[in-house]
Design a protein around this ligand. Structure first.
Ligand SMILES: Cc1cc2nc3c(=O)[nH]c(=O)nc-3n(C[C@H](O)[C@H](O)[C@H](O)COP(=O)(O)OP(=O)(O)OC[C@H]3O[C@@H](n4cnc5c(N)ncnc54)[C@H](O)[C@@H]3O)c2cc1C
Length: 277
């Protein structure tokens, strides 16, 4: 996975199980040494190129909904798996619908024990949010450097945008937030290096990144003014429409990896100890 020789996808969300992931309906029924999987996943990033899936499926339908879920490692080339790409706002098809029709998975492919999938799945998500928070602060900084360049080379009322006092404030605030984000992320990584597990605080990093990145992309549109409406392919497009693409893609940030509302619930309940939603 680390060398990217194998691409993995995450089969969690279903048409009726997103934020309320424990409502998932995909079934895995034991048959000898195998489990037979039937059901549907949706929004599965990279499923169309993935070799493996981390699949959450229900193995005990009579257990309370957070129990009775198992985490399987599924070979995406198995017979019975159909992948249908879904087109996003950007025009790219990054994610997919995935259908399981009597897919056989050997019991040795269970990770973390039968009916213990909720704990394994949540741990995976906490790592994902932490990685989103920490890894993406580097991308945020690269995007910010690009934005400053854009501002330097764009003129407003006859002067570079970087001379505009309001724009300067907005750029400076983004720089401050990126630095705060860097050190908060470093604190979380230090925790991992000490052998501790990421906790619910991974949600704060994810939320900070989402808010900062969406604000950065909105500022890129503001700096371009009317040119922000011109997409890739037009000779008038700024930077060949790159910012238009990243602006549209950034709308998904507050949904992917768990919505902002859900992160706020996690922070309220599990960090601040407030009453349950
Ligand atoms: C680009 C992208 C990539 C993705 N990749 C994957 C992937 O690889 N694998 C995967 O399994 N999933 C993936 N997802 C799916 C993603 O995890 C879900 O879209 C997300 O968890 C929200 O679920 P939902 O879409 O069903 O929305 P819903 O859960 O139906 O939520 C709809 C709205 O209601 C709000 N809401 C729901 N419950 C509450 C509550 N209790 N309190 C307050 N507000 C609430 C939500 O915040 C949201 O605004 C991806 C999504 C996107 C956009």
């Amino acid at each position: 996975m680390l060398s990217c020789e194998e691409i993995w996808c995450q089969g969690y969300s279903e048409p009726n199980a997103g934020s309320d992931l424990a409502a998932l309906q995909t079934r895995a029924v034991k048959d000898g040494e195998h489990y037979v999987v039937n059901g549907q996943k949706v929004w599965t990033s990279l499923a169309h190129v993935a070799d493996w899936m981390m699949l959450l499926a229900r193995t005990d339908p009579d257990a309370p909904k957070h129990k009775g879920i198992t985490y399987f490692l599924v070979d995406m080339h198995s017979p019975g798996i159909t992948v249908k790409p879904l087109k996003q706002l950007t025009g790219d098809a990054e994610f997919n619908e995935v259908y399981f029709d009597n897919v056989r998975v050997h019991e040795s492919q269970i990770l973390g024990g039968l009916n213990n999938g909720w704990a394994v799945g949540m741990t995976t998500l906490m790592y994902e949010r932490l990685a989103l928070g920490f890894g993406l602060q580097v991308r945020l900084r690269i995007a910010l450097d690009g934005l400053v360049e854009l501002a330097r080379h764009t003129t407003k009322n006859g002067a570079p945008v970087t001379r505009d006092p309001v724009m300067r404030q907005k750029l400076a605030q983004l720089w401050i937030d990126t630095e705060v984000f860097k050190y908060t992320g470093a604190r979380a990584i230090t925790k991992l290096l000490k052998g501790e597990l990421p906790g619910p605080e991974a949600s704060t990093g994810k939320m900070m990144w989402v808010e900062g990145h969406q604000r950065l992309q909105e500022l890129a549109m503001e700096i371009q003014g009317p040119y922000s409406q011109i997409m890739k392919g037009s000779p008038w497009a700024v930077a060949e429409g790159l910012w238009q693409h990243t602006f549209l893609r950034s709308r998904a940030n507050s949904i992917e990896g768990g919505t902002t509302e859900i992160q706020k619930n996690i922070i309220a309940e599990r960090i601040l100890g407030l009453p349950k939603d």
